[in-house]
Design a protein around this ligand. Structure first.
Ligand SMILES: Nc1nc2c(ncn2[C@@H]2O[C@H](COP(=O)(O)OP(=O)(O)OP(=O)(O)O)[C@@H](O)[C@H]2O)c(=O)[nH]1
Length: 184
C-alpha cells in the first residue's frame, strides 16, 4: 500500500449555495436542513481511490460575493478548488465566475485543479441555471463540471473524488483508460 497523500481543498462560492451542506454530507453522510452561515471551518477525512489513500483537509469558506477580497491564504498550499453555485440562483452563477477570475489572479497560474458544481439540482421547480450553462462555463475554464444535491450522498462523493482525480492529473498522474474504465 503506497504512503497516504495529504491534499488540501478549498470550497468557494456565493452565500447559501450549499458549501457546508456538501462538505458535511461528504464527511459525515448527513444532510443539514438548517442554514447557519459559515465563517470558516476545516474538515478532515480520508478517501481511497484506486488503491491510494488520500488524507483530505477541506476548507469550507464564508460565502463570497463579487466585492469580497480573496484571502491570500486560499491561494497557498492548496491542491484544488471546488467552486459552487446553486442552480436556483442566477446571482450565485454570476458570482462564481468572478470568484474564478480572482482565484486565477491570486494563484498566478493559467490553470489550477477546479471542479465547478451546480448544487441544489433536487429543487427542479426553482431551477434558473440550465445544465448546459454550467457546463459551458466550466469548459471555458477547462474545468470539470458536475451538478449535485447535498441531499444525496453519492453525488457529493463524486464531487470530491473528481477534484482528487483533477489534482492527480495536474501532478502528472494521468489516469489511463483501459477497457472503457479509468485506472489511475
Ligand atoms: N434542497 C436543497 N437544499 C440545500 C442543498 N444544499 C444546501 N441546501 C440548503 O441551503 C441552505 C444553505 O446551505 P449551506 O450549506 O449553509 O450553504 P453555504 O454555501 O455553506 O452558506 P454560507 O455559509 O452562507 O456561505 C441550507 O438551508 C441548506 O439546507 C441542496 O442540494 N438541496
Amino acid at each position: 500500500m503506497p504512503q497516504p497523500k495529504y491534499r488540501k481543498i478549498v470550497i468557494l462560492g456565493y452565500r447559501s449555495v450549499g458549501k457546508s451542506s456538501l462538505t458535511i454530507q461528504f464527511v459525515e453522510g448527513q444532510f443539514v436542513d438548517s442554514y447557519d452561515p459559515t465563517i470558516e471551518n476545516t474538515f478532515t477525512t480520508t478517501l481511497s481511490l484506486n488503491g491510494q489513500e488520500f488524507h483530505l483537509q477541506l476548507v469550507d469558506t464564508a460565502g463570497q460575493d463579487e466585492y469580497s477580497i480573496f484571502p491570500q491564504s486560499y491561494s497557498m498550499d492548496i491542491h484544488g478548488y471546488v467552486l459552487v453555485y446553486s442552480v436556483t440562483s442566477n446571482k450565485s452563477f454570476e458570482v462564481v465566475q468572478v470568484i474564478h477570475d480572482k482565484l486565477l489572479d491570486m494563484v498566478g497560474k493559467v490553470q489550477v485543479p477546479i471542479v465547478l458544481v451546480g448544487n441544489k439540482k433536487d429543487l427542479h421547480m426553482e431551477r434558473v441555471v440550465r445544465f448546459d450553462e454550467g457546463k459551458g462555463m466550466a469548459d471555458s475554464w477547462k474545468a470539470v463540471f458536475m451538478e449535485s444535491s447535498a441531499k444525496e450522498n453519492q453525488t457529493t462523493v463524486d464531487v470530491f473524488r473528481q477534484i482528487i482525480v483533477e489534482i492527480e492529473k495536474a501532478d502528472g498522474n494521468v489516469p489511463q483508460v483501459r477497457r472503457g474504465c479509468q485506472v489511475m
